[in-house]
Write a protein that binds this ligand. Structure first.
Ligand SMILES: C[S@@+](CC[C@H](N)C(=O)[O-])C[C@H]1O[C@@H](n2cnc3c(N)ncnc32)[C@H](O)[C@@H]1O
Length: 254
């Protein structure tokens, strides 16, 4: 949910442009079964708005499932990365609170790793406006799976990252109330295979790391590097398997 300083260029919600180039390479994708839950199974190809689309990690999976997507994000640098990877997907600069689409423009809206940045009241009004009758809102988050010991140790280091399933569920609750929506939830998971240095680069794309001053960021990322060099489950390994739990929520407004 937006904090008091979210309008500023250095605020976390507006910091993604500065890490756009590394974002798509370092962040996990989304499992196809979870995305299919967001959009409903077996339906005809539909028109979908991906809001807070960023570099298009969720867009990718929605397009692969056969849907037509329009991508909206406030950060032009993120949308430029999306266009480079998915040139057929139209992009429009905008926000969840002011969606640059006409009324009843789409069958479904999705947001990956993004709805906690939206202001639920104004965003819900916009979602109701641009959805066709019977349309749905799909919210999805990947969260590191801290049941794995080295991932738990990493999580303890990333104490600034206060998000977890409970925080995401609270965001879903706000949208469900604002839209008087039924909620259907599905859990899945995905594993990223990456080098220790890629793990460090992925941490660097986190919004609260992106807004650190240079010295603080270098020291912080050095701590992550040290952990991976020293933890018994990661020490000396060239490739790490970083597991995520994925929670997918499909909201059907009443
Ligand atoms: C963590 S990234 C997720 C990007 C992409 N959906 C993904 O799954 O990789 C969050 C995105 O939300 C965007 N964002 C932040 N505030 C927003 C708002 N109020 N409305 C729409 N998008 C917003 C950011 O610019 C950023 O691209």
């Amino acid at each position: 949910m937006p904090g008091p300083d979210d309008g500023g260029a250095r605020s976390p919600g507006r910091s993604f442009g500065s890490v756009a180039a590394g974002y798509a390479a370092q962040r996990p994708s989304y499992p196809a079964d979870a995305v299919s839950h967001l959009l409903g199974r077996g339906g005809r190809p539909r028109e979908v708005l991906d809001v807070g689309a960023g570099t298009g990690l969720l867009t990718d999976v929605v397009v692969a499932a056969g849907h037509r997507v329009v991508a909206v994000d406030p950060a032009p640098e993120m949308l430029a990365q999306l266009t480079a990877r998915l040139p057929g997907v139209p992009t429009v600069a905008g926000t969840a609170e002011a969606v640059p689409l006409t009324d009843a423009a789409v069958d479904a809206i999705v947001a990956g790793q993004a709805a906690h940045w939206f202001d639920p009241g104004p965003a819900a009004r916009e979602f109701r406006r641009v959805l066709r009758p019977g349309g749905t809102l799909g919210l999805i988050w990947n969260t590191r799976d801290e049941r794995v010991p080295w991932v738990a140790a990493l999580g303890a280091l990333l104490a600034g990252e206060a998000r977890g399933h409970e925080a995401d569920a609270a965001v879903v609750g706000s949208f469900a109330t604002a839209l008087r929506a039924d909620v259907a939830v599905a859990e899945s998971g995905i594993v990223q295979r990456l080098s220790p240095e890629d793990v460090v680069r992925g941490v660097a794309t986190r919004s609260y790391v992106a807004v650190m001053d240079e010295d603080t960021r270098v020291a912080f990322l050095g701590g992550v590097r040290d952990l991976l060099a020293e933890h018994p489950d990661t020490r000396g390994r060239d490739v790490l398997e970083l597991p995520y739990r994925t929670m997918a929520y499909r909201l059907t407004p009443g």
